[in-house]
Ligand binder design. Structure first.
Ligand code: NAD
Length: 369
């Protein structure tokens, strides 16, 4: 029987990378019945609203969605569709694995981290206002609840126990935020005590950033509040090779939405240049969620082999920082076609060798903005 999955192409490079991901998903032999719905700019054109009720209904009904990135206007305009989707469907756990896969230029080839970010409250509460008519001051409310802190910490410890990860690090700023930070810290400490078999430690967010760029191999699962998690997951994506290769998943109690860490990269929209790997690795995470382990392993292996061969890699992975011999960049669609071609040919059980680190400064695309 086919899995019925909601597919949201998204904005900017979204339609290109979701088309690529769909092609790879179909090459695994697992059957999918895609229900394509629009959110973001395409939905505004069609129905006047960026997040039509039909999108929420489709995800509630199918329980699984594959999503492309969606543009959010800066400083004004409509509220973020991404934030609204997480809040309205109570997709509270944003899980972003960072595994070194981008090739020889990866600065930290041993990187294997998972950021677990609370995704429904904190500084993304949407409760904000100008203090006066002159707009000389503004306030945003940081909402932290015991319920949301408990469930995200429990999620992180359960994940660490299930996947035999080496430890969970709770990240906060309880020294300065003496109510919101302290509440999250208390929830983390009590959850750590309830999981005595899973090692745990804590870091302040500023120290965590410094520690991650100096010795990421000392960390494993990181659990934190919404804004800190957003920033840390981009940082970890950079450690593992850049935004072009960083997938993500959003989980609620009964729903799961798979989306890359990167945004809609408008400057590359419609050029067939974007790296499809992050969206393709979202398919890998989705297959694992569906219990299709062998298909998921095939996707990861095919991506890894394609990057290692360097015959069909997009511009970001063809830059000098990522390869000892320059290669002409491939298109998004050609790279996806190559990954799809390899899917039935790869050995899904073969161990994945580590890439060699180089001392060349990485030409990471996320440094370009
Ligand atoms: P971005 O991730 O879209 O782009 C940052 C830079 O990273 C790009 O200029 C590009 O050089 C590189 N990059 C990103 N994805 C790439 C890919 N697949 N292949 C190759 N290079 C890639 O971030 P931004 O410019 O800050 O945001 C653009 C828009 O995306 C904004 O409207 C933002 O709100 C939105 N956004 C959406 C999501 C989401 O839908 N979950 C996440 C982040 C940002």
């Amino acid at each position: 029987m086919a899995y019925r999955v909601t597919l949201i192409p998204g904005d900017g490079i979204g339609p290109e990378v979701t088309t690529a991901a769909r092609r790879v998903a179909e090459a695994t032999g697992v059957s999918f019945d895609w229900e394509v719905v629009d959110a973001g700019e395409a939905a505004i054109k069609a129905s006047g609203t960026p997040l039509p009720e039909a999108v929420l209904d489709s995800i509630r009904k199918n329980k699984v969605a594959l999503k492309g990135p969606i543009t959010t206007p800066i400083g004004g305009g409509f509220r973020s569709v991404n934030v609204a989707l997480r809040q309205q469907l109570d997709l509270y756990a944003s899980v972003r694995p960072s595994r070194s896969i981008a090739g020889e230029g990866t600065r930290f080839p041993e990187t294997d981290l998972i950021v677990v970010r609370e995704a429904t409250e904190g500084l993304y509460s949407g409760v904000e206002h100008w203090v006066d008519r002159d707009h000389s001051a503004a306030e945003t409310v940081n909402i932290i609840t015991r319920k949301a802190s408990d469930r995200i910490c429990r999620f992180a410890f359960e994940l660490a126990r299930r996947e035999r990860r080496k430890k969970v690090t709770g990240v906060h700023k309880a020294n300065i935020m003496k109510t919101t930070g302290a509440l999250f810290q208390m929830a983390f400490r009590e959850m750590a005590a309830a999981y005595p078999d899973v090692p745990a430690d804590e870091r302040l967010i500023d120290n965590m950033c410094m520690q991650l760029v100096k010795k990421p191999e000392e960390y494993d699962v990181i659990v934190t509040t919404n804004l800190f998690g957003d920033i840390l997951s981009d940082l970890c994506a950079g450690l593992a090779g850049g935004l072009g290769v960083a997938p993500g998943a959003l989980y609620g109690d009964h729903l799961a939405v798979f989306e890359p860490v990167h945004g809609s990269a408008p400057k590359y929209a419609g050029q067939d240049r974007a790296d499809p790997v992050a969206e393709i690795l979202c398919v890998e995470l989705m297959l694992r969620h569906l219990g299709e382990k062998e298909a998921a392993d095939r996707v990861f292996r095919a991506v890894w082999e394609t990057i290692a061969e360097k015959k069909f890699v997009t511009y970001d992975l063809a830059l000098p920082g990522y390869t000892s011999r320059p290669v002409p960049p491939s298109t998004c669609s050609a790279m996806a076609q190559e990954i799809a071609r390899k899917i039935p040919l790869v050995d899904p059980r073969a161990p994945i060798p580590r890439f060699r680190a180089t001392t060349t400064a990485s030409a990471d695309p996320s440094l370009e903005t």
